[in-house]
Design a protein around this ligand. Sequence first.
Ligand SMILES: Nc1ncnc2c1ncn2[C@@H]1O[C@H](COP(=O)(O)OP(=O)(O)O)[C@@H](O)[C@H]1O
Ligand SMILES: [Mg+2]
Length: 254
Amino acid sequence: MGETVIKCDHISKKFESLKAKNNFIEVLNDVSFDVRAGEFTVLLGPGQCGKTTLLNIIAGHELPSGGRVLERDNEIKDPAPSRGMVYQDIRLFPWLTVMGNVSYGPKVQGIDKKDYLPRAQKFIDLVGLTGFEDTYPIKLSGGMKQRVGIARAYCNQPDIILMDEPFGALDAQTRYMMQEELSKIWQKEKNTVLFVTNNIEEAVYLADRIIVFSRCPAKIKKEYQINIPRPRKLTSVEFLELRKEITAQIEDDM
Ligand SMILES: Nc1ncnc2c1ncn2[C@@H]1O[C@H](COP(=O)(O)OP(=O)(O)O)[C@@H](O)[C@H]1O
Ligand SMILES: [Mg+2]
């Protein structure tokens, strides 16, 4: 694996309680881990444990209460195009076409059309939306919107893509299809991905490495290196065994 892209160094986060003044809720407790170049890292934890908070801190939308996050040795304090984000609730511009949405980032950065249009087309093709370039988001299904979200993140050529439960709102069938697509794209591009989920099967299917978090306040409990060759099969013996092991481990700690 490659060099360190993101370093979370003893991150903690407290929010002022919405119920009582001067009362704080601890959401993240002393979280340290590295994300390495070209690696698909999955953060796995239960709902409300602080996963989105952690991703928002890495994205630069939120500051930690303690510790720091580095991107290639520079402390993260603001959002930057070098860190792309894919959300669960896909935030597409309704007044822009698929092509308009995918190429929006490089366009506002003032990059030459000659440079970004072929790239936008490449990622539209890669996510399977060839022929839908001129379609507006209102005409797209949930899975197709998520494909646009992924193509848009890739088109910015970020150093790392942060994905916050991107398939959480999809029906089971579409979710499986999107996991397969994402795995294929990643095998082609070999980019750095930090992916958040509460779904053990999804984590084992996608990850090179799984970092398991406890309930709130989120602490790292365990790490798993996943060496099952791709394409992975959800029904293979090694897949089921690993899934069982992680499930047992998580239930043990509850
Ligand atoms: N801005 C905020 N102010 C107060 N509490 C917050 C804020 N953001 C998140 N929280 C609380 O932090 C906890 C973790 O939230 P979140 O990071 O969204 O968890 P997850 O993504 O794992 O479901 C929740 O209890 C949530 O209510
Ligand atoms: Mg969340």
